[in-house]
Design a protein around this ligand. Structure first.
Ligand code: ATP
Ligand code: MG
Length: 807
């Protein structure tokens, strides 16, 4: 046996061949966690303990899933098609497709990606006349997703004041709107699937019987709902094999919960906790730097990394005068490396915030070096592609109002905002989708809208016999999109992308085994699975274990899901031979020969929004740990004295993280200035945006930047946290429209501060109000108060002297 196990070290071998029970592999970066997980699947199959269909494996991205499948194929002569390997979202989508009726969804339900969800919420709020200054739509989206990720439906969300009650109302209205339109957002995929399994005992039993082995990569970044879903699937008897690294937990801002690891150990009665301490990725100095840095975190489960690779080169540190100079330095170094024979895709440039990439890109363009930026707009997120997808969605499901609004007047058909408002009113009045409300509109608007609905109906009829690629081709032509972009000055690229969509469709049907000519809207039984369709479980017709995806989704529905889920992927895609640019978040799980980490400046990395909060700071440090551990052989860390960001020059102090690295593993390429002289320096004109938490800008909340500007994205393509600040700033600035922190965080804070959410308080300047959120601890504790006369404000408790009043 096996070549499979030949190259594993003893700990890895032990992990791969653990007995049939739940286990936790807790190990640092580059120690082979992902490799162990994949090898275990292969080993379980090879030794006959399980069939490929009995495995359910959760990966962090769709790309990681594809890689895992490819590796399995290389290791074993098995048919991997139909194996349940994917992201939480992808797997839930698949289950919901198979059981759409039980889940209360239309067969052709569509998935809203992040951008779609935001526009759906905006449309909803407009219809309900909700003040979008007081309730910025991004905050509303966050509130909704946050509730869903805690498994809460509107009726279960506790609302303590009118502000929150409004949010809950919006959540409820949004859910109703989605249901009417037959669409689900990312969080809903999970919640709906969880509810489906909770409610239906036969279904639950079926899947529990099927998936004897459940394996999860990047376990540290699962949220509560994902954890609950896993628990449900595992039931009493199945083995969950979780691999993760608490030091790489970087999605707390999105609800991930490292506490899941401790719960997992207890609730799954884990007897086997294996640590892998041998690192196969990075040279010694790089690893020393990572180990030393992360040792500054207090809440750790405790482990270390060692390597046999030798010290290698020290970590190079560079101080630039400006961001432009930083970029020039990086590009010069890269050119020298390429001359030595390194290939471009072996080089990654990482940054904390998306906005940092512009200057680097500019410099790369100037010297003609091909590069690729990840975490920006992906193929399926591009305007023209989304337009084409919207037509396809309407063909599949005419009630999808998000798609309807997107293309009803694109290309222009003389349908103005007024007409659309009227239509939306009618849809509300008759409780139906906008397409269905068209007959209720009159006049010129009515006839233009009627013509659009007819166009879609004609498309639906005429594409019926067509294959998926033919359908796409038909739609981009008949919709007028191609003709439209032909008249646009820079439309060529867009037309190229539309044509690429045909290729993507062809590739999709090929990969999924639908057959290139299968009609796009008929569920196609894959040739080798005709004998395995429906079975009867407790009166429910459900799909048998061996049924591949091709048998539960039409090619069109499958493709549309694929497009939405890809758009939601938070990670880099397959690389051409180009320099790789991405946020640190997007680099998770990846490795490169040479890595540049840029912008090691206070306020940027650690990010200003997090630096004042101990938990936030530890998360930033983990992020830096992730960044460092991406490097195999050479690592550069750079920072600048000044930087232009969001239209303002910022003068910087170098990051505290640099002080936390062991001097012995560093090599300063520029003289090391005395930190003391520079700390507390000139950062007072900082223009850092805030994330939507709308952390305070008022004088009583210390430590936050003033000025204006957009916020910094939290990571490539992050799903739930808006990347633009929206508040006003300055002294006494009341930041209205904050959504409170998650309820569980509030409960914790309440105990520490003596205040609780919902408590009436008095402030000498602002008067009476109610606490709507609490965060931070000790000297950093802050409260968000909704003042009766002065609106929402964040106040630092150590300074503000809030007095509780009896309620
Ligand atoms: P991360 O925490 O960053 O996700 P990881 O723990 O998942 O890292 P892998 O990506 O599985 O680590 O492995 C890191 C690198 O080490 C890969 O290139 C992998 O092929 C290699 N590797 C892992 N185990 C061994 C081994 N026993 N022998 C040789 N190379 C190995
Ligand atoms: Mg990994």
């Amino acid at each position: 046996m096996s070549d499979l196990l030949a190259n594993l070290n003893p700990e890895q071998l032990a992990a791969v061949t653990l007995p049939d029970e739940s286990a936790l592999i807790l190990a640092g970066a580059g120690s082979g966690k992902t490799r162990v997980l994949t090898t275990r699947i292969a080993w379980l199959i090879q030794t006959g303990q399980i069939s490929p269909n009995g495995v359910l494996a959760v990966t962090f991205t769709n790309k990681a899933a594809r890689e895992m499948v490819a590796r399995l194929e290389a290791m074993l002569p098995i048919n991997t098609r139909g194996m349940w390997i994917g992201t939480f979202h992808g797997l839930c989508n698949r289950m919901l497709r198979a059981h759409y009726r039980d889940a209360g969804l239309p067969q052709t339900f569509q998935i809203l990606d992040t951008a779609d969800q935001l526009s759906a919420v905006k449309r909803l709020m407009k219809g309900l006349n909700v003040d979008d200054e007081k309730y910025p739509p991004k905050n509303v989206v966050y509130f909704i997703n946050n509730a869903k990720e805690q498994g809460l439906r509107p009726a279960q969300v506790e609302a303590t004041d009118s502000f929150n009650r409004k949010l809950v109302e919006l959540y409820e209205a949004y859910d109703a709107q989605c249901q009417r339109e037959g669409v689900v957002d990312f969080a809903e995929l999970l919640l709906r699937c969880y509810e489906l399994l909770t409610m239906s005992a036969p279904l639950r039993a079926h899947y529990q019987n099927r998936f004897r082995h459940v394996l999860v990569d990047e376990f540290q970044d699962t949220n509560r709902l994902q954890y609950a879903w896993l628990k449900l699937l595992a039931g009493e008897h199945n083995a969950v094999f979780a691999v993760g690294d608490d030091d790489q937990s970087i999605y707390a801002f999105r609800g991930a919960n490292v506490g899941n690891m401790a719960d997992f150990e207890r609730e799954f009665r884990v007897r086997h906790l294996i640590k892998l301490e041998q690192n196969y990725r990075s040279h010694g100095f790089i690893l020393d730097a990572a180990n030393e840095l992360i040792s500054n975190n207090s809440r750790r489960l405790g482990k270390n990394l060692r390597t046999d690779a030798g010290h290698g080169e020290p970590v190079r540190v560079y101080e630039a005068a400006t961001d432009t100079q930083e970029a020039s330095f990086i590009v010069e170094e890269i050119r020298a490396l390429l001359n030595q024979g390194l290939s471009r895709s072996e080089v990654a440039i990482l940054y904390r915030s998306n906005a940092q990439s512009r200057v680097i890109e500019h410099t790369l363009v100037n010297v003609g070096l091909p590069y690729r930026v990840y975490g920006g707009l992906r193929f399926f997120e591009r305007q023209e592609v989304k337009h084409a997808l919207a037509y396809l969605r309407l063909i599949d499901n005419p009630n999808d109002d998000t798609a309807f609004v997107r293309v009803v007047n694109f290309p222009a058909r003389g349908i103005g905002a007024r007409s659309l408002e009227q239509l939306a009113d009618a849809a509300r009045l008759y409780q139906c989708s906008m397409a269905a409300a068209v007959p209720y509109t009159t006049g010129k608007a009515g006839s233009s809208l009627g013509a659009f609905v007819k166009l879609i109906e004609r498309m639906r009829a005429e594409t019926l016999p067509l294959s998926l690629p033919e359908t796409v081709e038909y739609v981009i032509r008949e919709s007028g999109l191609i003709a439209h972009y032909e008249t646009e000055r820079e439309g060529e690229d867009r037309i190229e992308n539309l044509r690429e969509l045909i290729n993507a469709a062809a590739a999709f049907v090929g990969e999924q085994g639908y057959g290139l000519n299968a009609p796009a809207r008929v569920i196609a039984m894959a040739p080798n699975a005709t004998d395995a369709p429906q079975i009867d479980v407790g009166g429910l017709q459900i799909l048998d274990a061996d049924t591949p995806v091709a048998d539960v989704m039409t090619p069109l529905s499958g493709f549309l899901s694929h497009a939405s889920l890809e758009a939601g992927d938070n990670q880099a895609q397959a690389g051409q031979d180009a320099i790789q640019l991405m946020t640190v978040h997007a680099a998770k799980g990846l490795e490169f020969t040479v890595v540049f980490i840029t912008g090691l400046e206070e306020g940027l990395f650690p990010h200003e929004n997090s630096a004042v909060d101990p938990d936030g700071l530890e998360e930033e440090r983990r992020l830096m740990y992730v960044a460092i551990t991406r490097a195999k052989e050479r690592l550069y860390i750079s920072f600048t004295q000044s930087r232009m960001l969001h239209g303002q020059t910022r003068y910087n102090v170098r990051s505290r993280f640099l002080e936390e690295l062991p001097e012995t593993s560093l090599k300063w390429l520029t003289p090391k200035a005395d930190a003391g002289a520079r700390w507390g320096g000139r950062s007072d004109n900082a223009g850092w945006g805030r994330d939507w938490f709308g952390r305070p800008g008022g004088d009583e909340a210390r430590g936050y930047g003033r000025g204006s500007g957009g916020g910094n994205g939290n990571g490539g393509g992050d799903r739930y946290v808006g990347s633009s600040g929206s508040g006003r700033r300055g002294a006494d600035d009341a930041y209205t429209g904050n959504t409170p922190l998650p309820a569980y965080a509030n409960k914790q804070r309440a105990a520490e501060t003596g205040f609780r959410v919902g408590q009436p308080v008095f402030h000498t300047k602002f008067g009476e109000g109610t606490i709507t959120a609490l965060e931070g601890a000790g000297d950093d504790a802050r409260a968000q108060v909704n003042f009766r006369r002065n609106g929402q404000k964040w106040l630092a408790l150590a300074v503000a002297k809030l007095q509780p009043i009896e309620d």
